[in-house]
Write a protein that binds this ligand. Sequence first.
Ligand code: ATP
Ligand code: MG
Ligand code: MG
Ligand code: MG
Length: 505
Amino acid sequence: MERTLPAATGFLAAVHQDGGRAPAPVFASLGSCALEREERHGHTLHTGLLHTGAPEAARAYGPRCAVVFAGELYNQAELRSLLPPGAGPDGDAQLVRALFDIYDLHAFRLLNGRFAALVQGEGRVLLATDHAGSVPLYLTAAPGRVLAATEAKALRTAPTGRPLPAARPVRRLPGVHQVPAGTVLEVALDTGGCTAHRTWAPPLSRRILPEDEAVAAVRRALEHAVQVRMGPEAPLVVLSGGIDSSSVAALAAGRAAGPVDTVSMGTDEADEFPQARVVAAHLQTAHRELTIPTDDLLRRLPHTVWAAESLDPDIIEYLLPLTALYLRLGGTGRRILTGYGADIPLGGMHREDRLPALDTALAHDMETFDGLNEMSPVLSGIGGHWSTHPYWDREVLDVLVPLEAGLKRRYGQDKWVLRAAMGDVLPQETVLRPKLGVHEGSGTTSSFSRLLTAAGVPQGRVHHAKRLVVQELFDQVVVAGRHPDEVATEEVVQLAAGQLESRTQ
Ligand code: ATP
Ligand code: MG
Ligand code: MG
Ligand code: MG
């Protein structure tokens, strides 16, 4: 059965020695919640699955273990080849369960996907993220109980857990931790102690390839990543007219039976509409433009923090225009492909010619992405949609990251290898178009800055003030559990400006 969206897009799960109770599931992501209770190995497993119609495929119970799975796998065919012929489990949760029976926790080293999973085995609970941690996963653990959820706010009322050195603590939610990217956390149920097993790490070595081989490898990997992310219906590509999203749109258009949909956002201050139109016309997509007034855009700051649960002001600034776009899309249940994240392995933000500095920046970015949550599906989930990012496919990263820096910056162009790989399916002006960040093209950075300077923040303190705004928003919509519709950006900005002033006096 082919489905447009994954069987589940999020979950809350609790394993208790003594029956116990699970907190009521609270998600920012839209969807129905299917509750279930199951006794196994002398423990109770409570699950609340966030779904859009067929949650069964997100749970799998076997004699050795139970699996709860949110998200999707992209290498099912390969994974199935590891099982006895005819075994053919239906859904991704069933597939993971069957692989777990053979490989135990090493099964997670085999998966290429966008997911968060919980496995209950005898005496232990395993919590797993995909290689990029692209579906965030949080937990609290104490002797005799483990609670896990795909949104931190779902655990805010859980009883305080013990400190877990193997995971990242969440600000102002004592005992709540985030599972690192590319990791299986193994929690012993009797003690609540945990061990981390890495299942992926960004490559540190660099490969030397002839131009044509590098270009072909990038094209092949990206084409495959787009193909496995397409559902039965034409996808929607969020398109800026930059090389990253235009490449995704071109490859999706080349694969889809009918025309693909594309959408561009802009504000009353800035947009990339003309550049996106060139691509949409070339690919003959069904294209839409959404203009969001700047005031409305800034009003979505609380929603962005609510969805991303991130404390990084730069990341929130990139995600704000996209969040506003997702909330404006209308309809429900679209499968959205983005060009997000290409600039990290390709060093696209790096606007100069020195290769050592490029590789330093790239290595740093690949080392520090974890916990920023910029790939989180909750961003589109609050609009009822599912997003997926081909450039952060595991195989694509394994091709892109290790290419020697001279293939990324070449002939005075950024992201050269990608541009060279897409020359035959995109207009030349798109292929040559310099990078422009979504926060720049929509005027978000400048309008957010203006909000702060208007509140009296000195020019040189604006970035710090943005950090304070994001922290305060996080405290309100995640820690205190307020709905973002009830949080006024203006008031939070005033508060941050006041904090800054009292600290500098
Ligand atoms: P480049 O990085 O070269 O500018 P890009 O515009 O595709 O290429 P980003 O600017 O890094 O990439 O933006 C990240 C992603 O966010 C894009 O690939 C696209 O999917 C989405 N996006 C960015 N700007 C817009 C926009 N104005 N409208 C719709 N989607 C956008
Ligand atoms: Mg980009
Ligand atoms: Mg761009
Ligand atoms: Mg753009």
